[in-house]
Design a protein around this ligand. Structure first.
Ligand code: BES
Ligand code: MN
Ligand code: ZN
Length: 497
């Protein structure tokens, strides 16, 4: 697929289809007015007759004659005052959904002069372009690697996105959007790969592949023997029952100044979570292949940094293991000593994410991090608390938390903060060890983060629980690519220009 940015007027844009916006109230954007005039008021007429409603995401495809574009797709963008970046993106997604398998080989999209709420409009055009780029990549994603037979061929080959100017700022915003979409799609590929292929060592190979493709990324893979030597016993307690050995995958992206402290990302990489001896119920267990979603989002973000040559230092650490029951598996009641020296009574082997993460969080101290952000499909309780719309955010640093919330808002990849108050810590008291790995039913997402917080005291840290956001269930089952957009927005806001 060919994506280009153009500042040509729509009258001189030749394409098989032109996409313009009609809001539900307020003034029409200049390009839409221009198209309406060229069509002798056809759009206004269709608006009057109720064929064009302006409701967000409503689409109407109109064949037209005597224009450089034989079709116009009108997409509703809702009322001006409700057009958050998220609602704007929904409209873009609806439009791309209409054209992706249509008759047009070349589509021109003229949507950036539709205002969004929030930032000033000059800055917003850049953000809108970025959202359009990302949404294009996202909507055109397919995953056919495991279907026999030829995948269907698309007519659509080229998309031109029209903007007010072809300035450096707008160009790089569009490029960043496209790269973010590709990063999300990489994340989705990893997540959707079946768990009989996506093992810890397969994930390690993907890191090596990424490092081979980009000179700026270096990778180091630790095997179980090396982890044992480091004292990573809580991580190894999770892989103990599996025939697949665990891996600690380290990727370093050095795009910033040598002296700049790195931003560290830590990903939960459970390639399949059966629950171990605390076995999960059978229904829907296949979805536990997505339990490496945190690590998949780290991969996606690293690819975006490398593709855009971001001027920042980022270290990624992925704790990859498979959680299986067997004669060698960890038992409920086992006590192990973590790399930090703190002992953990494992009362439930299904609370394994925190066990692999705590050793990884201890390991990353060696990088002298600016901040550490971990990403994990950690608790079912997070889905109960926030559903599938927001990731859970917990942090020991208010500034970091607020920045991540703002990034999520801008990038249409929202998070919502939950408290990490001391009062919750006692739910982890153990009769026999320094702590137990479960905190009972109340506030399950918070007590999981409380567990992690005991290993992150020496740096600024945030935890994103993506249990509800990393993938979709049901008919649209598949990885979502979240929270790559949030991560990219945050990291880019700290990159040198
Ligand atoms: N990977 C799961 C969390 C999960 C469950 C994510 C369902 C998305 C959907 C995690 O390892 C887990 O099993 N957590 C337990 C913790 C409990 C035993 C304290 C949970 O949420 O039930
Ligand atoms: Mn589990
Ligand atoms: Zn899990």
């Amino acid at each position: 697929m060919n994506f280009t940015l153009s500042s040509k007027s729509i009258a001189s844009l030749k394409a098989d289809c032109l996409v313009v916006a009609v809001p539900e109230n307020g003034d029409w954007p200049a390009t839409t007015q221009e198209v309406d005039e060229a069509l002798d008021g056809l759009l206004r007429q269709l608006n009057k007759s109720g064929d064009i409603t302006g409701k967000n995401g409503n689409c109407l495809l109109i064949p037209v004659a005597g224009q450089p574009w034989p079709r116009v797709l009108v997409v509703g963008t809702g009322p001006d005052e409700e057009r958050s970046p998220t609602n704007f993106r929904k409209a873009v997604a609806a439009a791309v959904g209409q054209i992706k398998d249509g008759a047009a080989g070349h589509v021109a999209i003229a949507l950036t002069d539709t205002p969004t709420t929030g930032d000033d409009q000059a800055q917003s055009e850049a953000n809108r372009l970025s959202l359009i780029g990302r949404t294009l990549e996202e909507q055109l994603y397919t995953f056919n690697a495991y279907k026999s037979g030829k995948p269907p061929v698309r007519k659509l080959k080229k998309v031109t996105v029209q903007a007010s100017a072809a300035t450096k700022v707008l160009k790089s915003a569009f490029e960043l959007g496209l790269a973010t979409g590709r990063g999300m799609n990489f994340t989705r590929d990893l997540g959707n790969t079946p768990p009989n292929v996506c093992h810890p060592s397969w994930l390690a190979q993907q890191a090596e592949k990424l490092a081979k493709e980009h000179d700026t990324i270096k990778t180091e893979i630790l095997d179980e023997k090396q982890m044992k030597k480091l004292g990573m016993n809580t991580l190894l307690a999770v892989s103990a029952g599996s025939a697949q050995p665990a891996r600690l995958i380290v990727m370093e992206y050095r795009g910033g100044k040598a002296k700049d402290k790195p931003y560290v990302l830590v990903g939960k990489g459970i390639t399949f979570d059966t629950g171990g001896i605390s076995l999960k119920p059978g229904e829907g267990m296949d979805e536990m292949k997505y339990d490496m979603g945190g690590s998949a989002s780290v991969f996606g973000a690293m690819q975006v940094l490398a593709e855009t040559n971001a001027k920042i230092n980022v270290v990624a650490v992925i704790a990859a293991a498979e959680n299986m029951p067997s004669g060698d598996a960890t038992r409920p009641g086992d006590i192990v000593t973590s790399m930090s020296g703190q002992t953990v009574e494992i009362l439930n082997t299904d609370a394994e994410g925190r066990l692999v993460l705590c050793d990884a969080l201890t390991y990353v101290k060696r990088f002298n991090p600016e901040v550490v952000i971990d990403l994990a499909t950690l608790t079912g309780a997070c889905i109960i608390a926030l559903g599938h719309h927001a990731s859970g955010l917990l942090s020991n640093d208010d500034d970091l938390a607020n920045e991540l919330l703002a990034s999520g808002e801008r990038a249409c990849d929202r998070a919502w903060r939950l408290p990490l108050w001391d009062e919750y810590q006692s739910q982890l008291d153990s009769n026999f060890a320094d702590m137990q790995n479960i905190g009972g039913r109340p506030a399950g997402t918070i007590t999981a983060a409380c567990f992690l917080s005991r290993f992150t005291k020496e740096y600024r840290w945030a935890h994103l629980d993506i249990a509800g956001t990393a993938w979709h269930s049901g008919k649209a089952k598949g990885s979502s690519g979240r929270p790559v957009p949030l991560l990219v927005d945050y990291l880019m806001s700290h990159a040198d220009q």
